[in-house]
Ligand binder design. Structure first.
Ligand code: HEC
Length: 195
């Protein structure tokens, strides 16, 4: 009888181990799939990542500075020209910066490097780096996939010109300027007001 109970216990123990073993082997592929999903395969389908990226470019105002003419006449600029950079500089105390060609930039950098770069770079104005730094990984990846889907186009933007050096391109002057002290009133209504 005693023997019988022991054998029974042994069987239960073996059965438990087998079940545990099965559970473990059943679990393994799941764990592997999860890892693959988070690092290589996007959880969201490529099409919706492209749509999300396009949306983010529009609400993020990236075209205002990175697409020639967009700020003045957005509807006149076809999407095929979006984000090809602008060769007109932004000059201020930081020197002269150029909003680069993002279509060519994404060709030189992979998705992970793009995410790291946009999370950590804190470079010169007027690029809204703090806004881009705060974007989620998922949003930055969507931006990358969208910009890459547009394909390479346009020329590289001119290189940054340090403070005190003259750029060879047109530029917008953002240096602080003191209001002109003038005795003449600025316009007719002010003239009347002063009389
Ligand atoms: C107000 C103008 C402005 C807006 C809006 C803007 N950028 Fe920029 N961006 C710039 C300028 C100017 C630079 C160059 C900064 C420098 O030289 O340090 C730049 C640089 C960059 C760079 C680095 C490119 C390189 O070649 O190193 C990336 C990437 C970038 N912008 C992405 C974006 C994205 C994405 C958005 C929209 C969410 C955006 N920018 C909106 C002006 C702007």
């Amino acid at each position: 009888m005693k023997m019988k109970i022991q054998t029974h216990r042994l069987l239960v123990a073996v059965a438990t181990l087998v079940v545990a073993g099965c559970a473990a082997t059943e679990h393994k592929p799941q764990a592997t799939t999860q890892v693959v999903e988070s690092t290589q395969q996007p959880r969201i389908a490529a099409d919706s990542r492209i749509a999300a990226g396009r949306y983010l470019v529009r609400v993020g105002g990236c075209n205002d500075c990175h697409t020639a003419g967009y700020m003045q006449a957005p509807s006149a600029i076809p999407e095929s020209q979006w984000l090809t950079g602008v060769p007109v500089g932004w000059q201020g105390p930081w020197g002269t910066t150029y909003a680069g060609n993002l279509r060519l930039f994404v060709q030189q950098i992979d998705e992970d490097a793009w995410v790291k770069y946009l999370h950590t770079r804190t470079a010169r104005p007027p690029m809204p780096w703090t806004a881009v730094n705060a974007m989620s990984d998922e949003d930055l990846r969507a931006l990358y996939v969208y910009i890459k889907s547009l394909g390479p186009a346009g020329e590289l933007a001119p290189a940054f010109v340090p403070p005190g050096e003259q750029p060879k391109t047109p530029f917008l002057n953002l240096n602080p300027v003191m209001p002109q002290s003038s005795s003449a009133p600025a316009n007719e209504s002010e003239k009347q007001h002063c009389q």
